[in-house]
Design a protein around this ligand. Structure first.
Ligand SMILES: [Zn+2]
Ligand SMILES: [Zn+2]
Length: 400
């Protein structure tokens, strides 16, 4: 086990710089695949730290770099640490001095903090090159908030090869958890997120003459009710899933039966076979109900991010690291949640762990959730985040 006290001292020393980076990024947020200034800042920082093999423009704005440990004479494993860089199309409502300068764009999910923490981690590790064997690959990705996301394309461009990456780690600030705590769990921690849309083609006419029409609203209503039986009647009750119809558009006059109706919604699941089942059965139910009621129904189903599934051994390394950094009473088991994350694509390719860093501070009023116009974190959380990640990486390389 790496001794954690010196790391803690190193991190305390660099925290003013990490906070300054986070605030600069917060002031200059960029949407997915437009992170040009962010990527430039990242590349400049990595360069000044002496990070090797810096590559830019991967899947548009992605950046990677290598930190090679010198303790093993070039031998050892390769571990990848990822941060996402993108912001959201939200008008910031915080009255802080580092408020967004770009009207309508805001770091409302904490990716500014993720980027700043990974730069902090790079600084800690470049200063400790002589203390570890193996290689740390830092990866800054675009467009986590913009499915199909930035991760998949970076993997397609080969970021997990040359050198071959053995394990992957990532983190997310968690505004629903108290600052100073770390939340980590094995197995699925975030859901697969898919979307469907249902187009109902029927036959409109006078509202007083329904017998001459085929009513798409009546068909749509049956479909909505039937879709709610999928989770309650067809998915194994000890497994988790959500089917939500979130839009239903039809008609625009009170006495006219419209020709068409459009529905759309989201599907969340953890198990691949539950996901397959829901995809098949949504289409079968909707088209079957359409046929039974004389309407033509078309279903489009788009698969989004897969479930985020943590490896057991990698999760144990993170849990031990977190315990060393924040203490056992501040490390909690992460309950799976129905949100989604494109770090899942890295976890499909390599063992790893995605964990959560509590960032809420009620006394300071930092309580607003992710994607809210008043979202803001307690920046002190970044100490626990960098500490846990640095210890994780060093312990992984030491055990490897
Ligand atoms: Zn988000
Ligand atoms: Zn996020």
């Amino acid at each position: 086990m790496v001794v954690e006290a010196p790391i803690r001292n190193d991190i305390d020393e660099i925290m003013p710089g990490v906070i300054a980076d986070r605030r600069h990024l917060h002031e200059h947020p960029e949407l997915g695949f437009q992170e040009h200034k962010t990527a430039r800042l990242v590349a400049e920082r990595l360069e000044s730290l002496g990070v090797e093999d810096i590559r830019t423009g991967i899947n548009k704005t992605g950046v990677t770099g290598l930190i090679r440990g010198t303790a093993g004479g070039g031998e050892g494993k390769v571990v990848l640490v990822r941060a996402d860089m993108d912001a959201l199309p939200i008008v910031e409502e915080n009255a802080v001095e580092y408020k967004s300068h770009h009207d309508g764009v805001m770091h409302a999910c904490g990716h500014d903090a993720h980027t700043a923490m990974l730069l902090g981690l790079a600084r800690v590790l470049t200063e400790r090159r002589d203390q570890f064997a193996g290689t740390v690959k830092v990866l800054f990705q675009p467009a986590e908030e913009l499915p199909p996301g930035g991760a998949k394309g970076m993997i397609a461009e080969g970021v997990l090869n040359e050198p071959h990456v053995d394990a992957v780690f990532g983190l997310h600030v968690a505004q629903e958890e108290a600052v100073g705590t770390i939340h980590v769990g094995a197995g699925p921690v975030m859901a697969a997120a898919d979307r469907f849309s249902i187009h109902i083609k029927a036959k409109g006419g006078h509202g007083a003459a329904p017998h001459d029409c085929i009513d798409p609203i009546a068909v749509g209503a049956q479909i909505v009710s039937s879709l709610q039986t999928l989770v309650s009647r067809e998915v194994d009750p000890i497994r988790h899933a959500v089917v939500s119809v979130c839009t239903f558009h039809a008609g625009n006059a009170f006495n006219v039966i419209p020709d068409t109706a459009e529905l759309s919604g989201t599907v969340r699941s953890f198990d691949p076979d539950v996901r397959d089942l829901l995809q098949d059965r949504i289409a079968a139910l909707a088209t079957g109900i359409g046929a039974a009621m004389r309407a033509k129904v078309e279903v489009t189903y788009d698969r989004g991010y897969p479930a985020t599934v943590n490896d057991e051994a990698m999760t144990a390394i993170v849990r031990d690291a977190a315990t060393a950094v924040v203490g056992a009473d501040r490390v909690h088991t992460k309950k799976p949640q129905m949100g989604a994350e494109d770090f899942s694509y890295f976890l499909l390719e390599r063992p790893g762990c995605f964990f959560f860093v509590g960032s809420k501070n009620e006394a300071e009023g930092l309580v607003w959730g992710h994607h809210h116009p008043r979202f803001d974190i307690d920046e002190e959380c970044m100490t626990a985040g960098i500490g846990t990640m640095a210890t994780t990486v060093l312990n992984f390389l030491e055990q490897a």
